[in-house]
Design a protein around this ligand. Structure first.
Ligand code: KG4
Ligand code: ZN
Length: 349
């Protein structure tokens, strides 16, 4: 089964052709990172306008790269929730129109499901070789979400922990801004902290009960520590701190923050494991799953831990096609292309 997956929930315009939820025949991603790097974040209206410009060329290239035509495509899948309203609209309107014109069944997919299913993507191997076993615990870490989910089988999701305020990716982005590093903050913090001392600064881990997270307190802890280190009052504007920091301070702050964030995520995942001792695999998903230290530490601390191939950890169309494939396998019906609506916010079901 060949599925064309379309993804536009944030600032990547993406389309891909995937066979049987696993084999990636093409994967085209046009990122707007260069546009937003200088602003320090995504501007929704600008993102939507850019999606509109490149959407159809991206779909066309996905078919060309896969060496397939519309006749070969069995279904279209698109992200319809959650995400930026204008961005989601461009992807869904495109998918709806294509489904009507080419008479293809249309599947509307939740963005976090897609991130999780990026772990089943593989350019070379057929899906039978997947060794991810259920029940599993998934740590979903992106720019908009931080959650721990339990999956007893394909397409069965139970959220057992979630952030009460900011997402971890958002926290990386905000801390990067304080340190004068570009957007997106995740890779910038890793790079800046490479020669830094991870144990130089100690940030208290937010004390949130159960398996829930909080990241706004961690961001504030970094901010206060930077102000203290520089001998500046807490009223000193955060956007000006970067002008007072030297390279080695930036490196130490970046490395210490990264370590705290990663430890915090994995402590919660470990707590989830203690509460679910029958867990057979751990699946890390979302943009932050690209993080080197997270990969290293998770692999040390858990057996059977999986990460998407790096090129599939950020937003892409292949993961949307994979998620749709496993939905279809579990009996989900196609959606009406004349009626499909978007939802900027919604929980995975
Ligand atoms: O999943 P994603 O591409 O988009 C959303 O669904 O939100 O995640 C983007 C987030 C950004 O906050 C970015 O800073 C973070 O993922 N990120 C990373 C890394 N690469 C991207 N965070 C930590 N380390 C990385 N290497
Ligand atoms: Zn995402």
């Amino acid at each position: 089964m060949l599925i064309l997956g379309i993804e536009t929930s944030c600032d990547e315009t993406a389309a891909a052709v995937v066979e049987d939820g696993s084999k990636v025949l093409s994967n085209v991603v046009v990122s707007q990172i260069n546009i937003f790097a200088e602003y320090g974040g995504v501007i929704p209206e600008v993102a939507a306008r850019n999606h509109l410009e490149v959407m159809m060329p991206v779909v066309k290239k996905a078919l060309e790269d896969a060496n397939r035509t519309w006749d070969d495509i069995d279904a279209i899948a698109v992200t319809h929730t959650p995400g930026l309203l204008g961005s989601l609209l461009i992807g869904t309107l495109t998918a709806r129109t294509l489904a009507i014109i080419y008479k293809k069944p249309l599947y509307a997919v939740h963005h976090l499901k897609s991130h999780i299913y990026a772990n089943w993507l593989n350019e070379n191997m057929p899906k039978e070789t997947s060794i991810i076993e259920f029940p599993l615990l998934s740590l979903v870490v992106s720019g908009g979400h931080t959650q721990i989910l339990k999956m007893d089988a394909h397409n069965h999701f139970e959220i057992i922990g979630t952030t009460r305020d900011d997402a971890v990716g958002e926290c990386f982005d905000k801390v990067a801004k304080i340190l004068g590093l570009p957007y997106p903050g995740g890779p910038a913090i890793t790079k800046a902290g490479r020669n830094g001392d991870r144990n130089k600064y100690h940030f208290p881990k937010p004390n949130v009960p159960d398996l829930d997270f909080s990241f706004s307190g961690l961001k504030t802890a970094v901010l206060r520590t930077v102000q203290t280190e520089l001998g500046l009052p807490i009223s000193h504007p955060s956007h000006d701190l970067k002008n007072h920091l030297n390279e080695s301070q930036i490196a130490d702050f970046a490395a210490s923050f990264e370590k705290t964030a990663v430890d915090y995520l994995l402590e919660k995942l470990n707590k989830a494991y203690e509460e679910n001792p029958g867990t057979k695999s751990f699946v890390v998903a979302g943009g932050v799953s690209a993080n080197e230290l997270l990969r290293e530490e998770a692999t040390k601390r858990f057996d059977n831990v999986f990460f998407p191939e790096r090129k599939f950890s950020g937003d892409n169309g292949a993961m949307v096609a994979a998620a749709a494939y496993f939905e279809i396998q579990s009996g989900v019906e196609p959606t009406d292309p004349y009626k499909l609506d978007i939802m900027p916010r919604s929980a995975i079901k």
